[in-house]
Design a protein around this ligand. Structure first.
Ligand SMILES: Cc1cc2nc3c(=O)[nH]c(=O)nc-3n(C[C@H](O)[C@H](O)[C@H](O)COP(=O)(O)OP(=O)(O)OC[C@H]3O[C@@H](n4cnc5c(N)ncnc54)[C@H](O)[C@@H]3O)c2cc1C
Length: 430
């Protein structure tokens, strides 16, 4: 049986492994103590509970995500409101509202009434058409028509989807998301997130499924080098150990872009990959008890925030978890100050919909700063993304940074694994 070595046990590597397991003997070599990469859960000592490294949201339009969850038997492990509803709060205007998208393709939600973004004008929908038609060089900012739709929905949507500010973010990448979600109608935009944790939804069931198919995962297995000869990868190097590959062995390289660059540069003249990154900050507050949350925020399980530092607040049991995207701009801020400032914002947003409000004194808190959360989704960085094929007959690439047509997302990572497995030539018809 062919032996496939998947380097990297993030969602891209696990996706490729799931596609190939059963048709080949698959070994996932994961450097860390557990799989999941940037989408994982762990026990946090400071909070005394299990948390996700960052809040992750997917949309019902994310076909590859739901197919993957089906393959690993975890399709019921996500939860969400089941309707396209997005509660919001504008800190500058002290205004709460809920965007309720119409179920179908016609944007009835944008008509005057209770479901749309307060203060928006119909003509602002033109921003969406501009994004759909944007060329490779256009930025998000150049496509947005100024107004409340941009300020209260499209700009925050762009910043969280691209993890890049609107002045530099790629309009084409955002346009692709609009094309694959909003343009298909509201029911394509229902938000979903893990009911327990990222690992319980995306990672643990995948590792169990691989085991059931006779494949294996090696933790603590960091690939530090490759050996190549005559257009093939002939060995994987793990520090002092070298693992020779057989004549039929294949490799799926599914490590982050900087690691791939380090491993491939000596063997692949002209290899390019994204080399500029954006951070994401997550701040997890543990409340003294599970809050009794009311209304739209309870229905959705989260709220979007504009006009402050906070962008999303997720309510999960006794944890209130805040996401701040494109966070390089806060790089010089003192962490203690950030925690306290964000807590005051959270009190204003969530306090009014919680019975008894939220404590004035900040509860136990953990700030997680993912420095290289995603590549910077700019037109220039997008051009550096390679496809799955490599000059080596027995190696393909996967990862959210490869050319998926999407920014760094779970959907992109999983799709890249499927693309890589097809490009390996090991699947029927591949
Ligand atoms: C805080 C945060 C919030 C996010 N929010 C969202 C969201 O809401 N929605 C969404 O769709 N996406 C979101 N994303 C993006 C999403 O998490 C990523 O796109 C996806 O997880 C990337 O998967 P990957 O497999 O391509 O890369 P990674 O997850 O980085 O996996 C690479 C794996 O390779 C391993 N590795 C590295 N070097 C080696 C080596 N030398 N040898 C062996 N193994 C190695 C790593 O340990 C890792 O497990 C978010 C990301 C972050 C960080």
């Amino acid at each position: 049986m062919t032996h496939v070595h998947v380097i990297g046990g993030g969602l891209a590597g696990l996706s490729a492994a799931i596609e190939l397991a059963g048709r080949a003997f698959v070994t996932v070599h994961e450097a860390g103590p557990a799989c999941g990469g940037r989408a994982r859960s762990y026990h946090d000592k400071a909070l005394g509970t299990r948390i996700d490294n960052g809040n992750h949201l997917v949309l019902s339009a994310n076909d590859a995500v739901f197919r993957y969850l089906g393959l690993i038997g975890a399709e019921k492990s996500l939860k969400g409101p089941g309707v396209p509803i997005f509660p919001y709060f504008d800190l500058e205007a002290d205004l709460a509202w809920a965007l309720r998208l119409s179920r179908g393709r016609v944007p009835f939600w944008a008509l005057p009434g209770g479901a749309r973004v307060p203060g928006m004008k119909m003509r602002e929908l033109g921003s969406l058409f501009r994004l759909l038609k944007a060329d490779d060089a256009a930025t998000v900012e150049s496509c947005l028509i100024p107004g409340m739709l941009s300020r209260r929905l499209l700009e925050p949507f762009a910043v969280s989807a691209l993890n890049t500010d609107c002045a530099t973010g790629s309009a084409r990448l955002l346009g692709n998301i609009v094309e694959q979600s909003l343009a298909k109608g509201g029911m394509a935009c229902c938000p979903w997130y893990p009911s327990e944790g990222l690992s319980e939804s995306f990672v643990d069931p995948a590792v169990a499924h691989l085991g059931a198919l006779g494949s294996e995962v090696r933790h603590g297995a960091r690939v530090t080098g490759l050996e190549t000869r005559d257009g093939r990868v002939t060995a994987l190097v793990f520090g002092a150990e070298t693992m020779a590959l057989g004549a039929e062995d294949h490799v799926v390289m599914a490590v982050p872009a900087p690691v791939a660059s380090g491993l491939l540069a000596p063997h692949w003249p002209g290899f390019t990959a994204p080399d500029a990154f954006e951070s994401i900050v997550n701040v997890h507050y543990r409340l003294p008890e599970v809050p009794d949350v009311r209304g739209r925020v309870a229905q959705a399980g989260f709220v979007g925030v504009v006009g402050g530092i906070t962008e999303w607040v997720f309510v999960k049991d006794d944890i209130l978890s805040v996401t701040v995207s494109a966070a390089n701009r806060y790089g010089s801020r003192d962490h203690e100050n950030l925690k306290a400032t964000i807590w005051q914002e959270v009190r204003r947003v969530i306090g009014p919909v919680v019975s008894g409000g939220l404590p004035v004194v900040m509860p136990p808190v953990r700030l997680v700063w993912e420095k290289r959360a995603t590549f910077a989704a700019t037109p220039a960085q997008d051009r550096l993304r390679p496809g799955a094929a490599t000059p080596f007959g027995n190696m393909v690439l996967a990862g959210d940074w490869t050319q998926t047509g999407l920014p760094s997302t779970i959907e992109g990572a999983i799709r890249s694994g499927v693309t890589a497995s097809r490009a390996s030539g090991l699947l029927p018809g591949g």
